[in-house]
Design a protein around this ligand. Sequence first.
Ligand code: NG1
Length: 400
Amino acid sequence: MLEDVFEETYGSPPTLLVRAPGRVNLIGEHIDYNGLPVFPMALQREVRLVLRPRDDQTVRLRSNDDRFAPIDFEIEQEIEPWEKGSWGNYAKAPAQELAQRFAIRRGFDGVLQSDIPVAAGLSSSSAIVNAVGLALAHINEVSTEPRTLAGVMADAEQYVGTQGGGMDQAISLGARDRCAAKITFHPLRLRHVLVPDDWCFIVADSGEVAEKSGALRDAYNQRRNECDEALRIMTRHLATQNITTQPDTTYPDLCSAIDAGTLIKIAEQVLQGSLLRRFRHAVTEAARVEEAVGRMLAADLQGFGALMADSHESLRIDYHVSTPALDELVAVATKGGAAGARLTGAGFGGCVVALANRSTVGEVLETLVTEYFGQRDRTGRREEQLFEATPCRGASIREI
Ligand code: NG1
């Protein structure tokens, strides 16, 4: 029990329990940082943190997973990060952000555990940021209202050096039980959509580590910069045609002013190479999100699945974030009868998500086991690598 580990470590029992779930993004990939809507759900895998507030500015935290060494640091306006890829930076990130914005002064002793696969595109990192952030906000009497805290935590996570969007923090803090949420940004809004009872989302982990705080950070940030550059060129061009005139036009402005088909035709004249491909992905993916919300509301499983398949193709060809293993998992899930499958999260490894009807999910799982996981070197941690995602409520904190 986490409480026992706490008591053994610190000599007295913890007083608070925080939980923060991971998430699986159903559709809307690599577009949150363009301010475009996304459609994830929180899942049953989560970070749990037991803690006892302190009267000073120290945070002492240990994980019950021996791979992660115990950490301690002082809450200050400027907190020096540990080396790139170090897990402790996900605890320092919310501490620094809350110190800068709200001058928080109280730390805590804590023990944390997580059953979210690490670096697999299921947002294990944001779950730590949110759990620590929620704990610090609570004990320092800062607002813990999910949407407010989500914005703060999204800024906080930039501390690790990845220029992510705000999807992960928003869904992990704001999700409702049994629901996915369409998230729109600036201002942040969550529209909760009940996942039909007979829909099953399967998560299958390729086993390829997608460590975004490490080496892949640059590849991720590069795509974000390419999207910015494509937008700049497009708005400049559109201004010369008197189509849009604002200099600070955003992706959402553009997508609501001009339909996706027309935008892409214009882009094909104006952009080249990777800028054209990144732009095309962003615009078509945003349109797929809008459509996917309608498909879920209409309980149209096949329609939703087809959009997932299109999303994967766009991420593979235009966004260039897939891998042969992810493509193989998508193909195997589809062959097994999934209505659709796609890589989920940042890509470059990690997981795919597949959609199946409850009556056919067994067949999809079996096909994945025999044709992907049953093969040599992929049999290691089956129940961790292949599971059904249950839509769960967002983070919470309570006294124990
Ligand atoms: P992952 O790597 O799956 O946790 C990242 C970003 C998201 C979003 C997705 C791609 C962070 C914390 N998360 O998620 O904002 O851009 O990639 O859709 O940077």
